[in-house]
Write a protein that binds this ligand. Structure first.
Ligand code: FAD
Length: 397
């Protein structure tokens, strides 16, 4: 495999790098460097800056407003975005529901929803999981009953990432009870402003609010908001998940974390543990080797995309490897922070969140908060145990 970039790709990298260093909103990068949490306004400003450049949806076909990049260019773009520490795009609209709308939506649905996603005027949330339906998603019970030209929806979705930011949510709902529970599921898009939609925050162990419960009580959803046919939602949901699972690699962000870990170790007030502790040094080396292997796996998993195919079961291998590597990296933050690893700083939206905490190394709180966040990576998008089942089935085991 020849991994050298062509002169054109090198030029492309320089163009993207120079944009992030000068054209992209520098106040957002400053917040990231300062360890602050980003607000909805920050995330939207970031996305709208990329959108103005025509770079918000690298994976979209040109016909829908994508930039027409090759898979290599998309990879370079992600690398440069992560290298400077710019936030990744909110995936629910751009990466998850948009490909479903493109593949299975009507022209009217495409005209209605895709331009708002592409301009980041509207955020979406993913309403799949329920209190009794996670890994066994097909057990979902949120019911949609047809009443004239509306569905009346009742039920509860949970673990809804960024549901409090979202203007729309795509949901799997049950329109029929059948013997095979994968049948009778329908894919509905719901305006979060509809009466009966209620969002309740779930505060996670890192002290942050990204998760929510979304309860739906007699929510009237026009039939025209249904994607595809009634009862065939499971097929559309599976299409979406294969896209979701290839979106976890973030190799450049992981390399950036490794660099900041080394810098943190060198600057730590208790001395450079990487210098003094051979065991820790060996662990760093093991994690970096795993990261290089992840990079190669990513190239392999993304290869089908260059011929326009959906990612295959390789997506499951990538999901396992990427999420376990993320956890291994953030464990190193905990190793370095030791007793200073207190993650619960409510006020990390503020620029001066370190006031009064100057003797605590700056990396400790954000690094340890990330450690807690990455615990969830092996759960969401289908747990890693479920990914192992998929791989085993593929191998005929
Ligand atoms: C941070 C975070 C963000 C999320 N965001 C969203 C979101 O935006 N939208 C959304 O719809 N959902 C979201 N989820 C939900 C996520 O998809 C589910 O948590 C996940 O599918 C697991 O379901 P569960 O939590 O019900 O666990 P369970 O399915 O109850 O699993 C519990 C344990 O049993 C194991 N297990 C279950 N079945 C099997 C099996 N057949 N073989 C082997 N082991 C098995 C699991 O691997 C797990 O370890 C999010 C979750 C988290 C943690």
């Amino acid at each position: 495999m020849n991994l050298d970039l062509s002169p054109d790709d090198e030029r492309f990298r320089q163009e993207v790098r120079s944009y992030f260093e000068t054209g992209y909103p520098q106040d957002i990068l400053a917040k990231v460097r300062n360890g602050q949490r980003l607000t909805k306004a920050d995330l939207r400003a970031s996305e709208q800056a990329l959108s103005a450049k025509g770079w918000l949806a690298p994976g979209w076909p040109e016909a829908y407003g994508g930039p027409g990049w090759t898979v290599t260019q998309r990879f370079i773009f992600d690398e440069e975005l992560e290298r400077v520490g710019a936030p990744n795009v909110s995936p629910m609209g751009l990466l998850y529901v948009a490909p479903v709308i493109m593949a299975f939506g009507t022209q009217a649905q495409k005209d209605r929803w895709l331009p708002d996603i592409l301009a980041s005027r509207v955020f979406w949330a993913q309403g799949y999981s329920e209190p009794g339906a996670g890994s066994d998603l097909a057990s979902l019970r949120t019911a949609a009953v047809l009443d004239g030209d509306h569905y009346v929806v009742n039920g509860e979705k949970t673990w809804t990432s960024l549901g409090h930011h979202a203007e729309w949510i795509f949901c799997l709902v049950r329109t029929q009870t059948t013997e095979r529970k994968q049948e009778g599921i329908t894919f509905l898009c719901i305006d979060m402003a509809t009466p009966g939609v209620q969002v309740t925050p779930i505060i996670s162990i890192d002290g942050g609010h990204s998760l929510n419960r979304v309860s739906l009580q007699d929510v009237r959803v026009p039939v025209e908001n249904r994607i595809g046919e009634e009862g065939r939602g499971w097929t559309y949901a599976r299409h979406l998940l294969s896209h979701e699972r290839t979106s976890y690699a973030h190799v450049a962000a992981k390399r950036r974390q490794m660099e900041s870990l080394k810098a943190a170790s060198a600057a730590a007030p208790w001395g450079d543990l990487l210098e003094s502790q051979g065991g820790l040094r060996r662990r760093f080396a093991e994690v970096e080797i795993g990261l290089t292997a992840l990079e190669m796996t990513t190239y392999r998993a993304l290869a089908p995309l260059s011929s326009g195919q959906a990612p295959g079961d390789e997506a499951s291998i990538l999901k396992i490897h990427a999420t376990e590597t993320a956890q291994a990296i953030t464990e190193l933050f905990v190793n370095l922070a030791g007793d200073y690893g207190e993650p619960y700083f409510e006020n990390r939206f503020r620029e001066d969140w370190r006031a009064g905490l100057e003797d605590i190394p700056a990396f400790a709180a954000p690094g340890v908060a990330e450690y807690f966040q990455t615990r969830a990576q092996t759960i969401y998008g289908g747990t890693n145990e479920i990914q192992r089942n998929i791989i085993a089935r593929q191998l005929g085991l």
